[in-house]
Design a protein around this ligand. Structure first.
Ligand code: NAI
Length: 249
């Protein structure tokens, strides 16, 4: 069940955090994995995955990376467009256009370039997984650029799923809630809010995200397509009982 034996996967942003947990999980399930990221890390080097230096905002390099991967490892079965950034933002009326542009470049164009150039180097019947975010659904003050970029990832996911249906390539998105990684450390405001804003009462761990990526990558999810799967401990559905009791006391 959920075997990835014999499958080849490319994971962007796989050197750290959620991407790294996905790489570990894919390797453990039998996949051959290539990570495309700005830089490698000692943790990645221990996984057995191959590494290719890539900035996902550089369209020419994205295309070249897919070509090189196919030449070396054959066509891909799985593509995970996961690389992303979360920059410090402010109120909407103080929007820093540089922050907005950089966020859209990495989080939105980075995924678009993966969807534009990746599929021609994939086998028919493959699986693409895009990392969106809880922020694509839930509104958080002062996260305009990030939220807009991730809402765009959901639309790209639906668009690609329908366009690639003739090749039976499925395209889904995972929407992580607050998950403890270098991007979202344990003491961040969002991590602390998880005590109240999730049914789980805590932030998620990268491994809890990776389990869902694993399912979506495997043939066991063959009828799951064009979906955005929330892995957020219940955040989008409101305050948990503990906090509700406090507010009403
Ligand atoms: P992270 O900072 O641990 O990992 C992000 C990875 O992306 C890093 O290895 C980084 O080098 C790579 N990266 C950044 N810019 C890149 C570029 N231009 N080209 C290639 N690689 C690049 O962060 P984390 O938390 O693992 O985030 C992974 C994904 O999950 C991101 O898309 C993020 O937006 C999303 N996410 C994370 C949440 C969290 O609470 N940690 C919540 C919701 C979504």
């Amino acid at each position: 069940m959920f075997s990835l034996t014999g499958k080849t996967a490319l994971v962007t942003g796989g050197s750290s955090g959620i991407g790294l947990a996905v790489v570990r999980r894919f390797v453990a399930a039998g996949a051959s994995v290539i990570v495309a990221d700005l830089a490698t890390t000692p943790a990645l080097e221990q996984t057995g995955a191959a590494f290719s230096a890539l900035d996902v905002t550089d369209e020419k390099r994205v295309a070249e990376t897919f070509e090189a991967v196919e030449a070396k490892s054959g066509k891909l079965d799985i593509l995970v467009n996961n690389a992303g950034i979360a920059l410090q933002e402010g109120p909407l009326d103080e929007t820093d256009i540089g922050v907005l542009q950089r966020t859209l470049e990495v989080n939105l164009l980075g995924v678009l370039f993966g969807l534009k150039h990746g599929p021609r180097h994939m086998k028919d019947g493959g699986s693409i997984i895009n990392t969106a975010s809880l922020a694509a659904h839930a509104v958080m003050p002062e996260y305009t650029a990030y939220s807009v970029s991730k809402a765009g990832v959901l639309k790209l996911t639906q668009q690609a799923a329908l366009e690639l249906s003739s090749r039976a390539i499925r395209v889904n998105a995972v929407c992580p809630g607050t998950t403890t990684t270098p991007m979202e450390p344990d003491d961040s405001a969002e991590s602390r809010l998880c005590r109240y804003l999730t049914a789980a009462g805590r932030p998620g761990q990268p491994e809890e995200q990776a389990a869902v990526f694993h399912f979506l990558a495997s043939d066991d999810s063959s009828y799951v397509n064009a979906q955005a799967i929330n892995v957020d401990g219940g955040w989008v559905y409101g305050l948990n009982a503990r906090h509700m009791e406090k507010l009403l006391a």
